[in-house]
Design a binder for this molecule. Structure first.
Ligand code: GDP
Ligand code: IMO
Ligand code: MG
Length: 430
């Protein structure tokens, strides 16, 4: 049995979509287990680009079962429009190849609206969210008042569930100076959309366990990254779910023993989108160059991503909290032609050297990176598919990162294209 969990080890956008797509040729089932349509996963297959937010990246490759687990928050309207968009690109999506958990909590219009209201506060204090309603939807889930996918099948009780939900939301809306939401209107909207969602509904925990029993290989697709994890990330500048590999079990209904290999997707430098501390951020020509060469613009919101040097302290921490077994190092080609490369190996805080990212937001903002420098390379790594194709300095850079983060590199990605990968250790055979 070999199931693989793919997670981001930085602040998201590490290239998870590309690697999940590549690995899905070896898998039977691809499962999303947290997050929602805040994710933006890009796949490039023979020059054609696919952008996925809610649908597991395995959907693009025919013959795989795609699963949206109970840990995901699902906006039914965003789901249907993504299905339509991806169908227009020639991808098959139907209730035979895509399942949605009965227990997934729904994102409703009140959630995205509230997300937007909070982000647009007059005092400018914000998290820099994707405004997709992710945080408010998870709040309702934890508060036990969420509407879940299975509630769409229960017309009799749905209105009462909505009234209970709006009892809370309308108090909040009044306080924020916004008009109340009418339960009947929302009820009508949900009844209209229910017949389009319900055919996909399934007891996902059961289907996945059946799949494992019949020796199917499962690939879990994480969204966001370790530093956006609600517990282990740069709180409060995080997303509202656990993004680390442990969540793959809880967010899909499988036991943790089903998770055999954790592949941490790691960019060869660092990016972040939204607010929050970023010790190795470069607000100079080098940061700009990384952004331009790496096309660092958000897949979901189009926002410019902040760029900086590789932070080995942070990635090492992500490897420990996430139980990462191997790394897939992505976007190595973006560093081609740089004279010097810096790697953060520690921080200075109040005159002392620290080897861990502190937990408090103020300290996280105050740490100063301590850098080690390495020579860059002048040759090209773009499109390389074997170690032998890499310049010697690029190999040295990869090897040094492995030493610093204490984890082997299983794969290197050298372009956005599906097949441009150097494989050292196949996670499904490990
Ligand atoms: P995800 O959210 O982790 O799936 O990552 P995104 O898709 O949001 O962002 C990664 C971007 O980098 C996408 O535009 C990918 O097509 C692209 N990409 C992935 N791997 C590589 C790589 O090795 N080299 C380059 N140059 N681009 C890559
Ligand atoms: P993928 O899966 C990068 C960031 C937002 C914001 C914070 C909270 O493509 O790697 P949210 O809308 O989740 O409440 O926003 O998290 N964020 C991401 N950053 N990649 C993502 O997903 C992200 N999803 C959320 O920018 O800082
Ligand atoms: Mg992304």
């Amino acid at each position: 049995m070999a199931n693989v969990v793919v997670v981001g080890s930085q602040w998201g956008d590490e290239g998870k979509g590309k690697i999940v797509d590549w690995l899905s040729s070896r898998a039977d089932v691809v499962v999303r287990f947290q997050g929602g349509h805040n994710a933006g996963h890009t796949l490039v297959v023979d020059g054609v680009t696919y952008k996925l937010s809610l649908l597991p990246s395995g959907v693009v490759r025919g013959g795989k079962l795609s699963v949206i687990g109970n840990g995901v928050v699902l906006d039914p309207w965003a789901f249907l429009s993504e299905v339509e968009r991806i169908k227009e690109q020639g991808v098959k999506v139907n209730p035979e190849n895509l399942l949605i958990s009965e227990s997934a909590a729904l994102i409703l219009p009140i959630h995205s609206e509230l997300d937007g209201i909070r982000e647009n506060r007059a005092d400018g204090i914000k998290i820099g969210t994707t405004k997709r309603g992710i945080g408010p939807a998870y709040e309702d889930k934890v508060a036990r008042r969420a509407i879940r996918v299975c509630d769409l099948a229960d017309e009799e009780h749905l209105l009462a569930r909505l009234e209970n939900l709006l009892h809370h939301h309308n108090a909040l809306r009044r306080g924020l100076g916004h008009p109340e939401t009418n339960a009947d209107e929302l009820y009508a909207k949900l009844l209209e959309i229910a017949p389009k969602i319900l055919p996909f509904m399934a007891p996902v925990w059961h289907s996945l366990n059946e799949a494992v029993r019949s020796d199917k290989k499962i690939l879990f697709e994480g969204a966001q990254g370790a530093m956006l994890d609600i517990d282990h990330g740069t709180y409060p500048f995080v997303t509202s779910s656990n993004t680390i590999a442990g969540q793959a079990a809880a967010g899909s209904g499988m036991g943790p023993s089903a998770l055999n290999f954790v592949l941490g997707i790691t960019k060869a430098y660092t990016t972040r989108v939204g607010e929050g501390p970023f010790p190795t951020e470069l607000n100079d020509a080098i940061g700009q160059r990384l952004g331009e060469r790496g096309h660092e613009f958000g897949t979901v919101t189009g926002r410019q991503r902040r760029c900086g040097w590789f932070d080995a302290v942070m990635v090492k921490q992500a490897i420990i909290t996430g139980g990462i077994t191997g790394i897939s190092l992505t976007k190595l080609d973006v560093l081609d032609g740089m004279a010097e490369l810096k790697i953060c190996v520690g921080y200075k805080l109040d005159g002392k050297i620290v080897k861990r990212l502190p937990a408090g937001a103020a300290n996280q903002a105050a740490v100063e990176p301590i850098y080690e420098s390495m020579p860059g390379w002048q040759g090209s790594t773009r499109g390389a598919r074997s170690w032998a194709d890499l310049p010697a300095e690029a190999v040295k850079y990869v090897r040094r990162l492995e030493e610093l983060i204490g984890c082997p590199v299983s794969m290197v990605s050298t372009s956005p294209e599906r097949e441009d990968v150097i494989l050292m250790r196949d996670p499904f055979k490990a």
